[in-house]
Design a protein around this ligand. Structure first.
Ligand code: NAD
Length: 257
């Protein structure tokens, strides 16, 4: 059955993989991103032409309250009720807490926490009114375990996760499920910028005792499709009994049992 799925941050590595997977399964995908150039190249990068579903690309800054409300309203009027929502938009800035400027903290929280709040609130209200829906937030294992240089980023991801799971509790009786996929190191433009700083795949896979960072037990960096598979499962009716959970897709890096 085809669903209307709304994805934020769809122009990036993980967002593109999620959009492509939804299109392959024949869904109507509303792909949004703040970056118009990424949106322009998305249909080609997602291979949209040969796929079963329909793709619509829209510019949206998730940190803009008025824009989120307007875009969700427009989409529902033109494409029909949004049944699935995926918050992928995110930014990262590295820095130890004692050297983090307030402006950097605000930039990170504006997208990773406030942006998730605005999108979840707009979609959650509508889904609750209709008695069904599924929402997934792409979080990070940096929101589960402290990481040197990722204080603000990790805190923003922990905030987004708690918000998503709390909404899951509040809307459970309304038939709306809310879950989090905590990604670990995944081969995307965001991760490549980070790896550029630490010197490639190997230091990430092997870990660093000096930085108290475990490596990746599976011995590989994730591909965006690994994260997309987990998101599609949680969105779907196969996960109908799954809500308020964090599904960790990090090759064991956070040593979660
Ligand atoms: N790549 C990793 O290793 C990794 C690990 C854990 C979690 N994540 C999370 O996965 C998500 C996707 O990351 P990615 O690796 O694909 O990064 P990416 O940089 O390729 O994609 C992020 C996307 O978010 C968009 N974006 C940024 N600010 C926005 C805003 N205000 N409004 C709307 N869109 C905005 C960007 O334009 C970009 O397309 C992020 O939330 C990130 O924190 C990534």
């Amino acid at each position: 059955m085809s669903r209307v799925a709304f994805v934020t941050g769809a122009g990036g590595g993980i967002g593109t993989a999620i959009s492509a997977a939804l299109l392959r399964d024949g869904h109507h995908v509303v792909a949004s991103d703040v970056d118009p150039e990424l949106l322009a190249s998305l249909p080609e990068r997602a291979g949209a032409d040969g796929l079963a579903g329909e793709l619509r690309c829209l510019e949206l800054d998730v940190s803009d309250e008025e824009a989120v409300a307007r875009v969700v309203d427009d989409v529902e009027r033109s494409s029909g009720p949004i049944e699935w929502g995926v918050s992928v938009a995110g930014v990262i800035e590295l820095g130890v807490v004692t050297e983090t400027e307030l402006d950097a903290w605000r930039r990170i929280f504006a997208v990773n926490a406030t942006g998730v709040f605005l999108v979840l609130r707009a979609l959650g209200r509508r889904m609750a009114g209709r008695g069904g829906g599924s929402l997934v937030t792409v979080g990070s294992n940096a929101g589960l375990v402290p990481r040197v240089g990722m204080g603000a980023y990790g805190a923003s991801k922990a905030a987004a996760s708690m918000l998503t799971r709390t909404l899951g509790l509040e809307l459970a009786r309304s038939g709306v499920r809310c879950n989090v996929v905590c990604a670990g190191s995944t081969r995307t433009p965001m991760q490549m910028r980070f790896q550029g700083a630490v010197g490639g795949d190997e230091p990430v896979v092997e870990g660093s005792l000096e930085a108290f960072r475990t490596g990746i037990p599976t011995g590989r960096i994730a591909e965006p499709e690994d994260v997309a598979d987990a998101v599609l499962y949680l969105l779907s009716d196969r996960a109908r009994q799954v809500t308020m959970t964090e599904l960790v897709v990090d090759g064991g890096a956070s040593l979660r049992s």
